[in-house]
Design a protein around this ligand. Sequence first.
Ligand code: FMN
Length: 385
Amino acid sequence: MRASKGPRGIIGSLGRDNNRCGAAAESAGHQDVEWKSVEMSGNDKAADEGQASVSGAGFSPWRLSVAPMMDWTDRHCRYLHRLITRHALLYTEMVTTGALLHGDQPRHLDFNAEEHPVALQLGGSEPADLAACAKLAERWGYDEVNLNCGCPSERVQKGAFGACLMAEPSLVADCVKAMRDATSLPVTVKHRIGIDKIERYEFVRDFVGTVAAAGCEVFIVHARNAWLQGLSPKENREIPPLRYEVVAQLKRDFPQLTIAVNGGLKTADEIADQLDRVDGVMIGREAYHEPWSMAEWDSRFFGAADPAGSREQVEAAWLDYLDRLHASGRSWPHAMRHALGLWNGTPGARRWRQVWSDHRLKTLPPREVAAQATAARLSGMTLAA
Ligand SMILES: Cc1cc2nc3c(=O)[nH]c(=O)nc-3n(C[C@H](O)[C@H](O)[C@H](O)COP(=O)(O)O)c2cc1C
């Protein structure tokens, strides 16, 4: 599986949860409008360096991943996450087939070579369009292409994709088949355990069975129903209750498939507990809001002997990245918003965050802001002591 292509030696928030996974569907990645590669595109660099494997030997590429999150998991965010975990699989925000086929492809698809392994998530329901986009994903150097069958946003439903596709398993099967015919990348599906009030296990079992028959071997299952009406996507990430046992049952019924669970998981112990039952765990909000929670992943879940380093080292590498953005005339605060949680849970973290969030400082070189932020953090530490 090519998702084990990977980063070669990396150093090694608090964004808004704005009620959508797809409201920005047509503009996925548009925040990066002005942003091209800091160095070279992931595609070129991956090709230059060959596709060395980084995943811990013998581990499923889906063992641990960071979820696709619209407006959040852009290339800057993924770069930060990769500084903290070398092995977790990183997903892009969802990009619609329409945006890709008719929009600015580099703007949507470019990524930093360091992000590998990285998966492109697509939103769409037209097999030919999805096939064309899967080809693009391969050309750009992604490690996987994932189809979104889990987003409940109304706007996404109008486009007839996302979670409402769970009601049409044979269409999803057609989509998967078309994508598989178009690319040799793994084609995976992210979905819910049901839609609306349909809570019968047979519904999700038959969905998985039909899509698996079309060749999909990997399913990432958000363990709660999607409600297509009456809840905002944000509310639908808390309601109705999670039912992890449904995902475990899928694994028992389809032992040959890779089944990963998603939804509401936070701690390493919770992850370990799920890994006793299923093949993988996908973490969304906790990874974003508390990025340092990922620091123990590599050693605990991939047997890595060389964890990311200290928070200071990660911050230094991140600062290098911000410097490169700034030096090439790009604005750094858009990237920095993803790192505001880096020091969470330590004395002085709030002061550090306040400095980085200060609008008056946003035109300064990032290093100057960093000096002020560190001074504020250390003085906050002294006060707390
Ligand atoms: C801000 C935000 C944006 C999201 N965007 C997407 C998306 O583009 N595609 C998708 O499949 N899921 C999206 N999701 C759902 C997450 O991938 C994940 O399924 C959900 O947050 C539950 O996992 P968690 O409890 O670990 O956060 C989004 C979630 C959030 C918070």
